[in-house]
Design a protein around this ligand. Structure first.
Ligand code: SF4
Length: 91
């Protein structure tokens, strides 16, 4: 098992920047505060399909940092990736 205390050398989360999660922030209590009123994040740029505040996006949008802060004692990084990818597939 890979230790959870140090994920700095872990593979990055395999985000494809599809933008689905940013367009459905109303579906999670964790991201609902970002909803601009139609389920889409107020910081999402539909023209580019990118985040307008990427470098300063909230912790919940920083997959690696969120994992380190809240979930590294519950899941391995690989398990966390798998669970997140399952959620990606549902969006
Ligand atoms: S803040 Fe950025 S990364 Fe987070 S949901 Fe909004 S557009 Fe997406």
């Amino acid at each position: 098992m890979i230790p959870t205390a140090n994920i700095s050398t872990f593979e990055p989360f395999p985000c494809t920047a599809c933008g689905k999660c940013c367009r459905q922030v109303h579906k999670s209590d964790q991201t609902a505060f970002l909803d601009r009123g139609d389920g889409i994040c107020r910081h999402f740029d539909a023209a580019t399909n990118l985040c307008r505040i990427y470098d300063n996006r909230p912790l919940v949008c920083r997959v690696e940092d969120y994992y380190k802060t809240y979930l590294s004692s519950e899941y391995t990084w690989e398990e966390f990736i798998r669970l997140n990818l399952e959620w990606c597939e549902k969006l």
